[in-house]
Design a protein around this ligand. Sequence first.
Ligand SMILES: [Cu+2]
Length: 443
Amino acid sequence: MIETERDQFNPVCAQDINRGGFKIDIEDLERWTARIYDAIAVGYIVNTTGDRLPLTEEGGADLLGNVIESSSLTPNRQLYGELMNQGHILISLAHDPENRFLESYGVMGDGAVAMRDPIFYRWHAHVWDLMRAYKDKLPGYEPTQLAFPGVRVLGVEVRTDGHDKANELHTYWQASDLELSRGLDFSPRRPIFARLTHLQHRPFAYHIRVESDAAAARDAYVRVFMAPTLDERGSTMQFNDQRHLMVEMDKFHVILEPGVNTLQRRSSASSVTIPFERTFRNLDANRPAGGRALDEFTFCGCGLPQHMLVPRGTEAGLPHQLFVMVTDYAQDRVDQVLEGTCLDAPSLCGVFAGRYPDRRPMGFPFDRRPAHDRVASLRDFLTANMFVQRVTVRFRDAVEALVRNTTRFGPTKGTVKVTHFDPSPASGSVKRDHLSVPPIDYA
Ligand SMILES: [Cu+2]
């Protein structure tokens, strides 16, 4: 049964939709889901002329994505339907399935706000289960597919601004002002500022020591993930459970010099986030009229809000494992010219009008099982080019002083700073986080 958040005291259940000429049945969604599971089990999709399109290791995820979404690229909408999109619509009309109250659709029907409804995450978990079924059929990763010969990660440390203790992340509530006048039904003559309280974290940096045996400099990709250490009963998680909870924190390119390298990377530079100012930007200002420019403008809103990068944690401190992996960029790189302005969150959004800038699958190396079943815990999984650091996430249940946010695009992100042969702690060259921009006058 699917419940949606129309009203927390009177939840409604999804029903068949029949509004004028517009019809979707729950059974349609169930049929499409079953057909997609069948396709995964037999290993191919059937197109409209009856050809079998194999779900291969290389292109299977793309093909399956086109089918599930379904995008204009789906090879057979008749057979596999439009699972994800019609599911959104069915849920968004659950409060008025037959148009008796002339109600418009709810938040799940609009991509810009769908994540505001808690059911969004359950629906996407359902969609994700399909992808997981496909990934579980692929051969597991062999250590040779994970290793980077000649490269060793010697140590990883997280340092938070304003805190002496290493490997602690700090979260708290922050009050911010937003200009809301465009979101109101009546048209106010003046800007209207609303104050909201949201999760925030202290800016931090990863300090990673990497040794390279090669005689010359090598290009590498650094992949940073984080997951809770314990399950809901307080037991250490099995690798095959924990890998599905791994959240990508960052991914960046570096050049490794021969010998020991110390890499420093700021949290604000994360490849999954966009600055607060862009998350809540003014969608009317500088809006292109149409075409490619408008598409790019829309794309610029993609990315996890920077203030949501770190999970809340607990006041006592919630244990996490931070996982760092360094891979061979020669195998990962995608040759293309990157142009455009919004290249901040490529891990999550790809790049506008370009290819996904990593030849490894999204979620690598946690998207598949390991080849051998001796891997019980995350530590069993490690090759020399990986490292795990315990990190505690401490939450302070207090609201901090308001920082007024600009509605402009935020400052551009920092890149990685590489210090060669310098294993000592970072100096005072710490950049201020973007949220520390001085208040601006709204007048
Ligand atoms: Cu969706």
